[in-house]
Structure formats: C-alpha cells, structure tokens
Design a protein around this ligand. Sequence first.
Ligand code: THU
Length: 160
Amino acid sequence: MKKIQFSASFEQYADKDDLDTSDKKMMDLAIEARDRSYSPYSQFSVGAAVLLENGEIITGNNQENAAYPSGMCAERVAIWTASALYPGVKVIKLVLSGKSKLRLVETPVSPCGACRQVLSEYEAKQNSDIEIYFTGETGKVIKTSSVKDLLPFSFDGSLV
Ligand code: THU
C-alpha cells in the first residue's frame, strides 16, 4: 500500500472589487445573470459567466421547476449554452455568484458536485484548464485554477 496525497491551492480575494478589471466585469455579468434566475422554489439565485477563447462571454442562471429535479444549475446552463453556440471553442474561465432572497450569503457559493462533473468533461475535452471563480452575495471570492482541484478522481470519458 502507498499513500497518495492530493493538494490544491486556491486564490482568495477579500471582495469582488479586488479582482482584475476583466474578471470584475465577468463577475458583474454573472451577478446580472444571477438576478434574472428563475428560482421561485428555493429562493436561491445563482448566475454564471463563461469566457471563451474567442472572447465571447456566455451567461446562465439556475432554472427551477415545479418537479424539482427537472430544474438546472446556473453553471450547466451557462457551459452547455456556450458549447451549443460555440462547439469546440475552449473555455477559459467560469465566474459564479449565488444569493438567497431569505438571508445574506457571505460564504462563497461553490459549484455542486454534478456541475463539477460537467465542467470536468469540457476541461478534459479541450485538454486545458478552466479557471473557476466563485462568491456569495458579498464577501470573499475564491479562484481555483482547474476543475481538477474541485473534483479529484473525476469520472473520465476515456474510461467509457
Ligand atoms: N444551484 C446552482 O445553480 N448551482 C450550484 O452549483 C448549486 C445550486 C441552484 C440549484 C437550485 O435552483 C438552487 O441553486 C438551490 O439549490
């Protein structure tokens, strides 16, 4: 038996205003998308902005449904829209913000497990890392350099 160690490092910004100008613009677009989300059941809004290698920015937000499992997360709406509109164009980064109508969310809202798996598919397909930035309504922004740091041992298409 041998032990394998996993380690990852993350950047932390005290506030979204501390981001670079272009990343701040991405965050503002994610926030605008977040505030257009359709989330009457959870009252929890999430918005995502995806930057593509061709410079296009695609946004998405969570879309809920009376049949709860039929709803969809913001990250998947955004990255699937990007792939539908620009198939094969590399994804550089995804920026994410979450907010509740019921309480102040000051903790960074990280992608759920299913979204991590979906994001990892595109990272593997394009053979280059996707940066993920995530935050709540206020407070810290966390940046990860790769989906791999959020989902070690992801299920990979090469196994199928
Ligand atoms: N949600 C997202 O949009 N992204 C995530 O990564 C986590 C959760 C949405 C799904 C649902 O509409 C609401 O947030 C509450 O779970």
